[in-house]
Design a protein around this ligand. Structure first.
Ligand SMILES: [Zn+2]
Ligand SMILES: [Zn+2]
Length: 144
């Protein structure tokens, strides 16, 4: 009888130990869950900040792209900082290399076609050697 009681008590102690272990683990679990929640909140905040930064960057990029298209050759897309940019009546420019490739520099009525505006400019109406475009492009590409 005494033996059986001792065994029962031992079992009770084991049970208590297991119970304690379980509650310790559920404490751990609650802690981990709390940390996870905080981490998720932090991630949400970071995501929102990221969205704000990205939309601000988009806004900055847009005018730059517009400037880019004015300062780049409409054909090869290189910056017009070299040689003699030829400016079309639409305001876009083409580099001397591309101009000589696509148009006959010796014919006054030879046409240059702007792929962006779909407008043709006669050779004689081109503004040859746009120093303004060249200077601006040099300044723009140096500071980029
Ligand atoms: Zn070109
Ligand atoms: Zn154009």
């Amino acid at each position: 009888m005494k033996q059986a009681y001792a065994a029962l008590q031992q079992m009770q102690e084991k049970f208590n130990a297991i119970q304690a272990e379980i509650s310790k683990h559920s404490d751990e679990k609650a802690k981990v869950e709390k940390m996870l929640k905080a981490a998720r909140n932090e991630a949400d905040k970071l995501n929102k900040a990221k969205d704000i930064v990205f939309s601000a960057l988009e806004k900055i990029k847009k005018p730059n792209e517009q400037i880019d298209s004015q300062l780049s050759c409409l054909s090869c897309l290189n910056y017009l900082s070299k040689e003699k940019p030829q400016t079309l009546i639409c305001g876009h420019s083409i580099c001397a290399d591309c101009f000589n490739k696509h148009s006959d520099p010796n014919s006054k009525d030879s046409l240059v076609f702007c792929e962006e505006c779909k407008i043709e400019t006669k050779n004689k109406d081109l503004q040859k050697d746009s120093k303004f475009i060249k200077t601006i492009t040099q300044k723009f590409t140096n500071t980029k």
